[in-house]
Design a protein around this ligand. Structure first.
Ligand code: AMP
Length: 126
């Protein structure tokens, strides 16, 4: 099934400057901003500027430049926020909710960076 990108989703509006955001970092291909409903002391969303619906869309169709840029931004934020174990931080979790089973709320590819507290196990038992 082809990926059907909704130009009216809230992150598309953020990228067009139609609604505000608390920007953490911006590069040629990537924007990172604070989640509006933080679930941990560190809760940053990282999105590509391109019109990708979810992670598998991004991984399949983004350019290498976009993928590298995105990955570098995630790493830079983990370092900057002091959660990267490589920088003596206590760790973090990356989440990319995708589709219905993934309970994705906003249909623009994004990764949550969560940290600054113990995050427990990844999933509750079904
Ligand atoms: P999900 O699609 O389930 O991965 O979650 C989307 C995330 O976007 C949620 O954590 C929301 O709190 C967050 N969110 C929704 N609208 C905004 C906004 N305008 N600014 C920042 N974060 C937002």
């Amino acid at each position: 099934m082809p990926y059907d990108y909704d130009q009216q989703n809230i992150f598309a509006k953020i990228l067009r400057g139609e609604i505000p955001n608390r920007t953490v970092r911006e590069t040629e291909h990537t924007l990172a901003f604070e989640d509006i409903r933080p679930q941990a002391p560190v809760h940053v969303l990282v999105i590509p500027k391109g019109a990708y619906v979810n992670f598998d869309h991004f991984g399949a169709e983004a350019t290498e430049a976009e993928i590298v840029d995105f990955t570098r931004v995630v790493a830079a934020i983990c370092a900057e926020r002091g959660v990267a174990p490589g920088g003596a931080g206590e760790g973090y979790r990356l989440i990319s909710n995708s589709g219905e089973s993934g309970a994705q709320e906003v249909p623009h590819m994004h990764v949550h960076i969560l940290g600054g507290r113990g995050l427990g196990r990844m999933l509750e038992p079904a």
